[in-house]
Design a protein around this ligand. Structure first.
Ligand code: NAP
Ligand code: ZN
Length: 349
């Protein structure tokens, strides 16, 4: 089956219309008509070759929502027309300890939604900037939000789970002071989710224009992270800091804000390393510097259901396919509140 997609032929070339093929659904596969796909900063890192090993042509996109168009003979949990989502994972080994624990995201054989090896043409996975996708049923998520919210649900499939998982793992909740650094696609979801979990939330931003906006998302306080005085007011007070920043920056200034036994979790994945933190900033207060990658499939479903129950969706700006390159530039300038989502109907008939 040949379908329309949007992707790039090289890291220094813009994205453009492409034709790609999808496999016919196997016994355990779900074929999905993609309605919307979010634009994650990871898409930009990957398609521009900022991370190692991008295969071209590259079709990004791992914040996928749409409707079931066909199911394989053994699929029991999904039926034609169901509202579903696909996030960053389309396969894994299915038998290791990580898969058994529902942490497919940490399986050594995890297959990402784009740029991972597959028997399907062209030999690596192609993502959601496309009209359809075919995915093993294990990696398909059920969407319980009203259909009118579908476009704004798309970013939950990556930005939502990438912030939900560490917030849960490090016990964000009532009585906990949680910082969220970088108020972009991930960060704005981190604020909404930490607020809904009952934590006291402080947003850290480099953008003065987001000071009031972050409060509307649920932040109890907002700090301009380049202002040393504002930072100092929060010294040694945080249980958890979730750092979503997509560029290298000074981690010490943030580590100093953790209380004894506090943790800073890095989810931002800049193309070049952060300056090394001062080890004494960890030793002196028994602090932890950690990382976290998306989340497993059961936790992604839990996150979607939590968001449906709490009326949480992303704040989005819908774009047409031909606006993707311009959207990338605006994302780099922090000029989106807070996630671009592609209307996949604009990929053409
Ligand atoms: P985004 O929408 O571009 O947001 C990143 C935010 O970081 C910006 O809005 C900006 O917030 C802040 N920022 C950017 N440059 C900065 C700089 N030089 N110094 C300080 N702050 C800066 O990106 P995103 O989609 O949320 O993704 C964020 C990062 O997470 C990316 O590196 C992405 O690849 C990574 N990611 C990781 C995972 C994972 O599993 N760990 C999953 C998805 C994405 P302010 O304007 O508020 O300062
Ligand atoms: Zn992503």
């Amino acid at each position: 089956m040949s379908i329309n997609a949007y992707g790039a032929h090289a890291g220094d070339r813009p994205l453009e219309p492409l034709q790609i093929t999808r496999r016919a659904p196997g016994a355990h596969d779900v074929q999905i008509d993609i309605a919307f796909c979010g634009i994650c900063h990871s898409d930009l890192h990957q398609v521009r070759g900022e991370w190692q090993g991008t295969q071209f042509p590259c079709v990004p996109g791992h914040e996928i929502v749409g409707r079931v168009a066909a199911v394989g003979a053994h699929v029991r949990d999904f039926a034609l027309g169901d509202l579903v989502g696909v996030g960053c994972i389309v396969d894994s080994c299915k038998h290791c300890a990580d898969c058994d624990d529902g942490l497919e995201n940490y399986c050594a054989g995890m297959i990402g939604t784009y740029n991972f090896p597959t028997p399907d043409a062209p030999g690596w996975t192609l993502g959601g900037y496309s009209q359809q996708i075919v995915v093993h049923e294990r990696y398909v998520l059920r969407i319980r939000h009203p259909e009118a919210q579908l476009a704004a649900v798309a970013p939950l499939l990556c930005a939502g789970i990438t912030t939900y998982s560490p917030l849960r793992h490090w016990h964000a909740g009532p009585g906990k002071k949680v910082g969220v650094v970088g108020i972009g696609g991930l960060g704005h979801m981190g604020i909404k989710l930490a607020h809904a979990m009952g934590a006291h939330v402080v947003a850290f931003t480099t953008s003065e224009s987001k000071r009031e906006a972050a409060r509307e998302l649920g932040a109890d306080d907002v700090v301009i992270s380049r202002n040393a005085e504002e930072l100092a007011a929060h010294a040694r007070s945080f249980d958890l800091i979730l750092n979503t920043v997509a560029a290298p920056h000074d981690l010490d200034a943030l580590l100093a804000l953790l209380k004894r036994d506090g943790s800073m979790v890095l989810v931002g994945a800049p193309a070049t390393p952060h300056p090394s933190p001062n080890v004494f900033n960890l030793i002196m207060q028994r602090r932890t510097l950690a990382g976290s990658m998306i989340g497993g499939i059961p936790e992604t479903q839990e996150m979607l259901d939590f968001c449906a129950a709490h009326g949480i969706v992303a704040d989005i700006e819908l774009v047409r396919a031909e606006q993707i390159n311009a959207a990338y530039e605006r994302m780099l300038k922090g000029e989106v509140k807070y996630r671009f989502v592609i209307d996949n109907a604009t990929l053409g008939a």
